[in-house]
Ligand binder design. Structure first.
Ligand code: DAH
Length: 338
């Protein structure tokens, strides 16, 4: 019996030394220590050993089992470690392989100009408000003192959704919406998309405007002038001159159109300014008391100014673009230049 145990130990030791994989280790484990294993068989035959020898033989059997188990475990650890090593190696990345180029985009020039102008007004304490693009005739026209059938409505080539609903033709539509919900003092800009049924080199059916207005006690035309001068100087530079021309808008009285000295020729006259040296850039005026009445403000108590600015127009002048239709085209050859 003792000789058998000794030779089983030696056999197992030899086989473990020759094992080439985890699978070999498992097979060896089954062969010697499994339910029908060689060493397990010896445990079963302990019963036929003389009673007085059993404790000693039992101990020797246990030692043999521990010996084989520990050899197996050691070899198993070695195989596991080398397997991990192999799998890590196979997943190694080559940091010298050139990466794939991910092209970075940038903001659209119209968005850039909108952001730049909005930031100027925010720095002056104006808040930003938005209104719907599909707008009630009431806010787009009626509340701004364009009565129905008034010829001033023809100034704006309106897309009608129904008799009472339009695509807003200007961001002035936000004025009364904001006034209804807030009391003066108000300092507000309303940037956004507007729609007109018109298309040529200087008109597209959807474009962007920025409306601004300020309402408080004792607001004067000179406040309007100061704010617009600051705006134009920040956007086009301090050398740019402004010219206020009398004009008409139903929602302002008095009204003005504001020209700036041509940014292309510095006022000398060129094809951009049509040889005049001036470029029209803004509509503005003192808010008509009729608008306050619609909003529920006391026209005796409050005064204020409003202005509206075309964003594409500013972008065209700033970047020297001569066709407004380039903006919505989304041609990368155009957009990449900014
Ligand atoms: N809403 C006018 C337009 O789109 C522009 C405008 C003119 C806005 C005078 C104003 C203003 O606030 O006072 O043609």
């Amino acid at each position: 019996m003792l000789n058998d145990i000794e030779s089983i130990k030696n056999l197992a030791q030899d086989e473990i030394a020759r094992a080439g994989s985890l699978k070999d280790i498992n097979d060896i484990k089954a062969k010697y220590l499994g339910r029908k294993g060689l060493l397990t068989g010896k445990f079963h035959s302990l019963g036929s050993v003389p009673r007085e020898d059993r404790p000693r033989i039992g101990r020797i059997l246990n030692e043999a089992r521990n010996f084989i188990e520990s050899l197996l475990r050691k070899q198993e650890d070695i195989f596991r470690a080398s397997e991990l090593d192999r799998s890590l190696r196979s997943r190694q990345i080559d940091v010298t392989v050139p990466g794939c180029f991910i092209p970075a985009g940038h903001l659209h020039p119209v968005t850039r100009v909108l952001d730049e102008i909005s930031a100027i007004f925010v720095s002056l304490g104006f808040t930003i408000e938005e209104g719907p693009e599909v707008e009630l005739d009431y806010y787009n026209f009626e509340a701004l003192n364009f009565p129905r059938d008034h010829p001033a409505r023809d100034m704006q080539d309106t897309f009608f959704i129904s008799d009472d609903v339009v695509l807003r033709t200007h961001t002035s539509s936000v004025q009364v919406r904001v006034m209804e919900k807030n009391s003066p003092p108000l300092r507000v800009i309303a940037p956004g998309k507007v729609y007109r049924c018109d298309a040529d080199v200087s008109h597209i059916p959807m474009f962007h405007q920025l409306e601004g207005f300020m309402v408080d006690r004792h607001i004067r035309f000179s406040d309007l002038k100061g704010v617009l001068e600051l705006l134009i100087h920040r956007v086009f530079g301090r050398d740019t001159s402004l010219r206020f021309r009398p004009s008409f808008f139903p929602f302002t009285e008095p009204s003005a159109e504001i020209d700036i000295s041509c940014v292309m020729c510095n006022g000398a006259g060129c094809h951009v300014c049509g040889g005049t040296g001036w470029i029209e850039i803004l509509g503005a005026g003192m808010i008509n008391p009729r608008v306050y009445e619609k909003a529920g403000y006391d026209p005796e108590r409050y005064t204020g100014f409003a202005f509206g600015l075309g964003i594409e127009r500013v972008a065209m002048l700033k970047y020297g673009i001569d066709d407004i239709r380039l903006f919505p085209e989304n041609d990368k050859r155009f957009l990449e230049q900014f």
